[in-house]
Each structure stands twice: as C-alpha cells, then as structure tokens.
Ligand binder design. Sequence first.
Ligand code: G6P
Length: 494
Amino acid sequence: MASQVLVAANRGPLSYALDAEGALSARRGGGGLVSGLSAALAQQPDTLWICAALSEGDREAVRRGVAEPGVRMLDIDPEVYDGAYNGIANSVLWFTHHHLYDIPREPVFDAEFRRRWGAYTEYNRAFAQALAQEAAEGACVLVQDYQLALVPGLLRELRPDLRIAHFTHTPWASPEFLRMLPDDIRAQLLWGMLGADRLGFHTRAWAADFVRGAGIDDASGTAEGVWPSGGAPGVWHRKAAPDGSGLLERRFTEVAAYPLGVDADELRALAHRPEVDDKLAALRAEVGDLKTIVRVDRTELSKNVLRGLLAYRELLAAHPEWRGRVVHLASAYPSRQDLEVYRRYTASVRELADEINAEFGEEGGWQPVLVSVQDDFARSLAAYRMADVALVNPVRDGMNLVAKEIPVVSEQGCALVLSTGAGAYAELRADALTVNPYDVTATAEALHTALSMPAAERAERTKRLAAAATALPPSRWFANQLTDLRAPTGPAGD
Ligand code: G6P
C-alpha cells in the first residue's frame, strides 16, 4: 500500500548481523540521527522509513525478504555505496560543512573525485526512485541529512505531486567554504536541496549559512536567497525545464530552524535502569569521591577531543590545586575507521591521554584521565549521572545532543563548558560557560571556573539548562516539521 508519510535516511532503525550458522539477528542502528528519528517515529506509526543496507547482514536480510514493518532497505551496489558514503558524504560534504579541511593539502577535486560524485548521484537516485514508488499521491516525504542532499531534486522530477522536506543534521558550510567545491558540483548540490518545498536545520545560524550561500546563476537556472525582516527566509529559484521547453515557474523553498531536543522522561528512565546503576557503582569505585569532568563523543574530528585534552593538561599545570582532586572521564569511541584520517585521530587521542597520565599521574594512585573507547551507552549514562562538569567543545557541530543530555541526567547538577561552535550554543549559552573551541587556555580557565562553581549556582543553572534542552523533544520536532510541510509555503515579500 502506498504511504502518506515517508522518511529517507542513510541509516535505518535496525541493522542485521549474520552469524556463522547463517542466522540473522537485528540490533538497533547507531548514532544520534537514528535515535532522534526512532523516538519521533514511535509516535507516527504509519510512516515508511527508507534506508540503505549498510552491512553484509543487511544485504542478506534484503535478499531473504526479511524486513521490519515500516522499513524498506535498499541493496545498493557496495562499490557505489562506498564511493557515495565514504568518498563523498563523509570525506567531502562532512569536511565542507564542518570546515575540517587541512587547507594546504586538501581538498583535491580530481578525476577520482568526479568518479565518486557519480556514485553519490547514483546512490541518491536509488533513494529517489524508491520514494517515488512507495509514496501515495500528494504524500509528505522527509529526507534526512547530507548523505541524501540530491534526493529532493531527483524526486521532484519523478513526482512533482509530493510535498518534500529535507533536514540537515550537520551545520551548513559558510558560503566561503561552500565555494571551495567545483562550481558545477556546488550548483548540483544546491539544485538537489532546492527540489524541496522546505529545508530544516538545527539552528538559525546554519539556516542563514545556507541562505547566504544559495546563489546560483548557471545554464540550468538561477537561485537567490532572501532573509526578509518580517517574513519567512528561503530561496527563490527558477530552473530551466529538462526538456528544453523554456523556464519553469518561479518557486520558493522555505528555510527554517527546528532545534532538536531530548525527551526528559525517556532519558531519565533509561539512565535509571539497573544496568546503568551497576556501571555507576563500578565507575564510583574507580573514581572515588573525586570531582569529574565528563565528555562523551564519537572520536570525530569535529568534536575537538584533542584540544579538550590539551585544555585539561593546561588546567592541571596552571591550577595545581586540582591535581589528585579531579578525574577527566573521556568516552571517545571509534568512528568511521574506514577513513585513514579518523584512525590517526583516534590514535592521537589515546597518545595524548597517556602523556597526561604519565606527566601528572601517581604510580599506583591517581590517574588524571580515564579514556573509554567502548561505545557503551549504559556506561555513558552512568558518567552523565556523576558529572560535575560536562565538556562539550566541538569546533563546529550541527546540534550536539550530549550537551543537552548531561544536564537532564546529572545528579548533583553539572557546570556545562560549551563551545560557541555547537548548535546547542544557541539555546544553552545563557547558563553554560561558553568557550572559543580553538582557545585552549580559555577552555582550561572555563574548566577551573566550572570546577569551582558553588553547588547552589550549579544546581540552578542545571535546572534551566535541562528546561532549554527538553523544549523540543524528538516527537514534537518531527510533528512540527510535518505540520509545516503540509501547510502551503507562503513566502513574504515576493
Ligand atoms: C551523526 C550526525 C549526523 C550523521 C550521522 C552519520 O549522528 O549528527 O548528521 O548523519 O552522524 O553517522 P554514520 O555513523 O551513519 O556515518
């Protein structure tokens, strides 16, 4: 039966593993996007979620016709998938939107890049075709993230009757960074996004970066971003018809911010399961009654784990009174290990933590840093509960839900040291200690202030942080986008 509401995301709610006997077992897919969407869709039971088969287990599940209700997995050729996911989404678009390039050496847009871009286009086309097949007349389609940036444009060509939204979970590149892409590729990327009726971002800052960088004037048409003082921001565009029959009607793509928050009740319930109590007891036994600085991240270049450790080292050097009185619990679990630069980064994190322990640690006694590389959500929740200070210092980050989760769960209230580059900064800055993520000395001083903050002030600030963090829980975040997508787009100031 054709669906009225469809979601498309690279990762699905489940992934399958194949055991030695050939049996398939399902487990929940990883990452922030999946947990946010899964929570949102629990309230929208008739939604179809289209995703890619990521592993051999997933491909086998597709071949055997194993599927959860409400999920369709696409078995995309592994080479095409690798070019699209590793080659473009994670190596080019992720780096562009997070400003991660080591400019003297990167990026290099050569023939190999063009081959990968072809794979990225093919992978996006597979999603557009599946959505076109599955959608009912006039259905709403909500496409997720930079892996699928071309889907709205490709889908609109196939099914002009649909209402199409796209949501970006990362930042959007500033116009200067976007202009690093070859001109024709930048135009393809923008035309892909502008196929949508509505574009969503976590913050107004990322929405504004999109609107500022959306200008196009090429053989296929023109586009111009507008941000009127009273009306809706967005992009006016006019694209030549593919059949050469002249210009299509002028269209407007509206751009809006939907800052994803956390579901307080659900998170607190998760954080008080017996499994988490056990992990908490184990951590307490290890740390004793010392103060804790907690961070939990994928070992992701944008998370700035190295400068966080450098700041902690500077704290111990500049404020020796903290030696022996604080432990930095750094959960930095490996991510994207298919990419060499991530493997090197992960190794550097471990080396730096070892150096700090060697420099300040006491033999058989106090160890200043405890690094955990296991992706263990129960242990992370236990660390949240005992956090005196939360350190969230990404260089640039779409939202960063950890900054919202820790204040909701911490038992004694925590002081939040928060980067100005995190999307969460927009909502949490009033009660956080905010830092320029590149300024290691300022971060060290913020850690000192956080550790010294009187308990009553910490508790008050945490209460307000938790209120801000839970303002738009996933179910409402999604429902609001769906309501807005169903409403006709109405630009002001035409
Ligand atoms: C995080 C980001 C998302 C992104 C996802 C991809 O959750 O916030 O923007 O889509 O990572 O992670 P993956 O492991 O699927 O590449």
